[in-house]
Write a protein that binds this ligand. Sequence first.
Ligand SMILES: [Zn+2]
Length: 435
Amino acid sequence: MSQHDLIITGGHLITMEPAVPDGPGTVVVRNGRIAEVRATDAETPPGAQVIDARGGIVLPGLVDTHRHTWQSATRHFGLDWSLMDYLGAAFMRLAPALRPADVHAATLLGALNALDAGITTLVDWSHIQNTPEHSDAAVAALRESGIRGVFAYGWPQLEPLRWVGDSDAELPADVRRVRAELSDDQARVTMALAVRGPEMSRMSAVRRDLELAASLGLRATMHLSNAGSIAQLDADGLLDDTITLVHACGCGDDELKLAADLGVTASVSPLIEQTMPGLGTPATARLAAAGVVTGLSVDTEIATSGDLFSQLRAALAQHRGTGNPASLSARDLLAMATIGGATAAGLHDRTGSITPGKSADLIVVAADTVGLAPVLDPVASVLLGAHPGLVRTVLVAGTPVKRDGVMTGPVRQALDAARETVEHLRGVAPDVFSG
Ligand SMILES: [Zn+2]
């Protein structure tokens, strides 16, 4: 490998790093990391690969902080479902029938879709640990996709009601084997614990799940939306900066302030929270006002779009629609999709902004296009005009996973396998598909 293995030149940089100015510039990548960021075109050293980003906007790869990737094969299927419909169909009917191969197919498809849309880091909120083979299938798919993945180990769905509601069930002991498999916390695929939290299990289980996460050296992510839940966790001394709260729609402003003081982070899913009855109103602006570091998320492709540009625009419309005087700027929102998300994923030391030393997780958005040009305000251009079709190049740790608009990963394999999964599900749960 040459000393300079890759140079991205000619583009307009949005770094999301206060110390590294935006503007025309060159990113020099060496051994998968950002070695230099220059405000001028760089000489191309012999042997270096060059990515010509002229007419493009170069951004840190986006970060999705919460996606049930195992549901990606049944994408866009539950648009009209309420939260209760979703829980009934996806969890009670489909999840117990999923084979390891189905989890592999859906996770691979979802991760490839994320990469195609410029998402280089994905927290795979994987509550489909029906057997050890299911866990292994999800991890294998994340690795094969090329994405920077956080495999958030959840719980099984073979008997869904055993694990949630009034449950005090212990998570499967296999979690320790998976942790041993994912023991390298610097690897491209790392691990977290997807815990049930006080709204999905008894407090005794919440405490045990969080103690398990701590004992395994893992961050924890939990769905939590009700007023009083943060206060309850705090009263039990269970909140700290290793925890990410998903949704937080109904939490009071005083509770969000408390969470911020404790270093708790959050994940907002702006589109599905507004379109699926039962989830609540996105707390995007309230979280920001409280000082909670917040990332954005897709949640599930069953009922929402798999790209973060859609989520950014949904967040913009929702919080400005409330007439909130503390409106978030375009840059505030883009920060949630990048460095904020990286912080919530526990990976801000290596991704989420363009600065020397971080991993070269970078995307190039074509801006010399009828949809974006002329670019007067690059951050607003990305917020309002970018879409996956304009994401020309995607690098994860310096490795191109999309180049000149073409994915390099196993797209055909993922599509064929996902279709097979749907056929399998139609066979075992025809009623779900007959509506
Ligand atoms: Zn979720």
